[in-house]
Design a protein around this ligand. Structure first.
Ligand code: C2E
Ligand code: CA
Ligand code: CA
Ligand code: CA
Length: 369
């Protein structure tokens, strides 16, 4: 904040707003958009000079840029938190549009922002009110046997109905709620499996995979959280597999490998989700205690319409063979896709062709058939 002060015009006030964010209050004579814009461009230029040299952190070279969100006030009956929220919304938009710039808050952002805030606030209550639900999607072998399932979260919102994780997971990540939510997912999944086991599970059903968000996975308490859930509800015959993404692994290689090894010792398996969409390297992958590569749906989807050339799938199969890993294809929707995947050596599939994700009660009924 001290260094930032040197970049500000007379009469401006600044304060750190947590992490790498600062709030700047400009005096009233900047209340016209044009003067305010000129003023922040000036500030941004000076700040960028301050932070212009890239910083080396481990293997990475970090380049800093300045993103700014602006709002002009007072407008009638605004509270300071409303004003801050508007600036934050504009900042969020600047970042979404490629960073290193500024945006004024405008009412078109308001509706989008409002629905995000409502989601964020609603999520705080969702766990306690029992609005989160676990759905399961079968994973099927070449022989047509259900050998496992992936847990997919759903939010049964009191007024909006069922909300997709695509809509609320990112909100949960940005608002810092993802760890609490996924801790519930871990515990509840294992509790359910134990319950099913007590009522009878087919012997061919061997594993359940759970999605873990990168920010949660990298938290220091993660290992003990998983251990806690395992201790509460251990099931001998069903393995727990965690799905993580390759970018997470490569960006935090040392810590990721530590976390994975600690959990592997407790019997946890790991699969790489959306494989092929990130940047992977055989050298990194070979050092990690992995079990499964999950071929992303985007490589399976084109199979029907185009030729039977599947260069990426072929490469993934080859990598998996070299690394001694299992492969599962996701998003399998047609017989043609399944046949071609089988021809390429893939032995596990997940997708609408076999079953959509099902509410856990419906899933257990299917499993028992
Ligand atoms: P994902 O991990 O890639 O999960 C697969 C998604 O593809 C699921 O969407 C599933 O319903 C959908 N899908 C499955 N088979 C097919 C198919 O044949 N065709 C098509 N078009 N789609 C198919 P869903 O349930 O909406 O989940 C979306 C994403 O939300 C998931 O993508 C996952 O990344 C995330 N997610 C779900 N639950 C959790 C969670 O507990 N934690 C975290 N971090 N993410 C979660
Ligand atoms: Ca997944
Ligand atoms: Ca996936
Ligand atoms: Ca995906």
């Amino acid at each position: 904040a001290q260094r930032l002060k040197g970049c500000l015009p007379d009469g401006a006030v600044t304060a750190r707003f947590g992490g790498d964010e600062f709030v700047i209050l400009l005096p009233a004579h900047y209340k016209n958009e044009q003067t305010a814009a000129t003023c922040v461009q000036n500030i941004a230029r000076q700040v960028n000079q301050l932070v212009s040299a890239p910083v080396q952190i481990g293997r990475h070279l970090i380049h800093c840029t300045t993103s700014i969100g602006l709002t002009i006030f007072p407008q009638s009956k605004d509270t300071s938190s409303q004003i801050l929220r508007r600036a934050d919304t504009a900042l969020y938009r600047t970042k979404a549009e490629g960073r290193n710039g500024f945006r004024f808050f405008d009412v078109s952002m308001q509706r989008l922002a409002q629905s995000r805030w409502q989601l964020e606030e609603g999520l705080h209550q969702a766990i306690h009110r029992g609005e989160l639900e676990l759905w399961f999607q079968p994973q099927v072998t070449k022989e047509g046997v259900m050998s496992g399932a992936e847990v997919l979260l759903r939010w049964r919102h009191p007024t909006r109905g069922l909300i997709s994780p695509l809509e609320f997971i990112s909100v949960a990540e940005e608002s810092g709620q993802i760890a609490a939510i996924e801790e519930w997912v871990l515990d509840e999944t294992m509790r359910l499996i134990k319950h099913w086991d007590s009522m009878g599970l087919p012997e061919t059903f061997r594993h359940v995979s759970i999605n873990i968000s990168p920010s949660h996975f990298m938290q220091s308490g993660f290992v003990s959280q998983v251990e806690g859930a395992l201790e509460r509800h251990t099931v001998a015959n069903v393995n727990i597999e965690l799905e993580i993404t390759e970018n997470l692994l490569i960006e935090n290689f040392e810590q990721a490998i530590k976390t994975m090894k600690a959990l592997q010792a407790k019997g946890i398996a790991f699969s790489i989700d959306d494989f092929g969409t990130g940047y992977s390297s055989l050298r990194y992958l070979s050092q990690l205690p992995l079990n499964v590569l999950k071929i992303d749906r985007s490589f399976v989807a084109p199979i029907d319409h185009e030729s039977d050339e599947t260069p990426i799938i072929d490469v993934i199969m080859l990598m998996a063979k070299k690394l001694g890993l299992e492969v599962i294809a996701e998003g399998v929707e047609t017989q043609a896709q399944r046949t071609l995947l089988t021809e390429r050596g893939c032995r596990l599939y997940q997708g609408y062709f076999f079953s959509k994700p099902l509410h856990h009660e419906e899933f257990y009924t299917l499993l028992k058939q």
